[in-house]
Design a protein around this ligand. Structure first.
Ligand code: NAD
Ligand code: DAU
Length: 367
């Protein structure tokens, strides 16, 4: 039986991980530590809030004393670290928060874990610090380059990916220098329920329903490797169970798509849903699909992201061979489930798209 401290558990992937974990290992204890930034939403944890082994703590990962207290009071043996500033566009306009949370915050967690697990009277056997990282630390690929493997040299290009790379290095150093039991996973782009609508896939779905432009950065030919979020949770589960201490594991979907093709695919899926379910035209009367018009006409090419990485692709051979990892969801089933989830959970996405989010979006498109 494990006792987990999950940082950032009220965010997109963290919340999906908590749902996955308590459904599969309901006797385990799960404590979530989350600062509830604009991206964190306590409602993401509604389905587990009454679970007897679940605790939510509102707090910041930079608060070392708080983290030490949580590790001690809850006898935590496994820390799964999701908390981060995660949006590349925000890191370009305001990198400070990324340095603070992603670098200083991770450093603070490492110090707390070392103090409680290694520096006490006895080293805690079987402790684990699992760090959730990204494929973006490897930089960018040309269309013909081989996919990123765990041996690819780090070459981060945005303030976000540089801050994640820095945190990955600190995690590695705490293992090498102090013997902290660490693992790191580097995952590709996730999609699925509870994805904040500033990211491409949920932004496109919600904009279609509001009859808003679908902004495509640059030529729309940038490529991402998309993974259904539950398959990320499954990959982390395998790393926690059988991953070798001190190792990095790539997790990916083997599922590369150009952005423009993702947007066209989602447009078609939404149109099909409106044909199948006439109620949708009543709920979203402004949507093109409600008037049998072409949704793709909303596609609007806009100024490219600064320093935009052209292509990411994950080679997950090591994770497949060592841990038996294979994603369970195909892209066809995962994206259909995701569209359905957004159609059925309007109250969720309307509530997270509050004033501060709208102000930020307006700022991005003001010039
Ligand atoms: P998210 O932005 O949806 O959620 C981040 C969560 O962290 C939020 O709940 C937020 O409140 C919390 N948080 C932020 N700063 C905090 C702080 N200082 N103290 C405590 N909590 C804080 O992010 P996500 O998309 O769920 O990503 C989770 C992790 O996975 C991140 O580390 C990210 O780098 C990594 N990752 C994301 C993707 C992806 O496609 N989204 C892919 C690979 C890796
Ligand atoms: O690769 C993993 C990373 O994936 C994670 O580490 C990040 O936390 C996560 O946010 C995601 O980063 P991306 O920048 O790839 O995701 P985003 O959804 O912001 O953008 C996906 C692609 O779509 C990217 O090439 C930029 C483009 N895009 C995005 C938005 C929001 C558009 O063309 N238009 C848009 O409006």
């Amino acid at each position: 039986m494990k006792k987990l401290l999950v940082t950032g558990g009220a965010g997109f992937i963290g919340a999906n991980f908590v749902h996955y974990w308590l459904a599969k290992y309901s006797a385990d204890k799960v404590v979530v530590l989350d600062a509830l930034t604009y991206a964190g939403n306590i409602a993401n944890l509604d389905s587990v809030k009454n679970h007897e082994n679940f605790t939510f703590v509102h707090g910041n990962i930079c608060d070392q004393a708080l983290v030490e207290r949580l590790l001690t009071e809850h006898n935590i043996d496994t820390l799964v670290h999701f908390a981060a500033e995660s949006h590349v566009d925000r890191s370009i306009t305001g990198p400070d928060a990324f340095i603070e949370t992603n670098i200083i915050g991770t450093y603070s967690l490492l110090k707390a874990a070392k103090k409680v697990w290694l520096d006490g009277d006895a080293i805690l056997d079987g402790h684990r610090f699992h760090h959730v990282s990204t494929d973006e630390v490897y930089g960018t690929l040309s269309p013909t380059d081989p996919a990123f493997s765990e041996d690819t040299a780090y070459a981060p290009n945005s303030p976000y990916s540089a801050s994640k790379a820095a945190s990955d290095h600190l995690v590695r150093a705490y293992h090498h220098t102090y013997g902290l039991n660490v693992t790191t996973s580097n995952c590709s782009n996730n999609y699925g329920p509870f994805h904040f609508p500033e990211k491409l896939i949920p932004l496109v779905i919600t904009n279609i329903l509001h009859d808003k432009a679908l902004p495509i950065y640059g030529d729309g030919q940038q490529i991402r490797d998309w993974l259904y979020v539950e398959d990320h949770a499954y990959g982390i589960d395998l790393v926690l169970q059988n991953g070798r201490i001190g190792e990095n594991y790539n997790i990916g979907g083997n599922n590369e798509w150009a952005n423009i093709d993702i947007v066209k695919t989602i447009s078609k899926l939404v149109e099909q849903e409106f044909v199948k379910n006439p109620d949708l035209a009543k709920r979203f009367p402004q949507a093109k699909a409600a008037m049998a018009q072409n949704t793709e006409s909303l596609i609007t090419y806009v100024k490219d992201r600064l320093g935009h990485d052209r292509r990411y692709a994950i080679d997950a051979t090591k994770t497949n061979n060592e841990l038996g990892y294979q994603p369970k969801e195909s892209f066809a089933t995962g994206i259909a489930k995701t569209v359905t989830w957004y159609l059925n959970n309007e109250a969720w996405w309307q509530s997270v798209m509050d004033g501060s989010y709208q102000d930020w979006i307006a700022e991005q498109y003001s010039s």
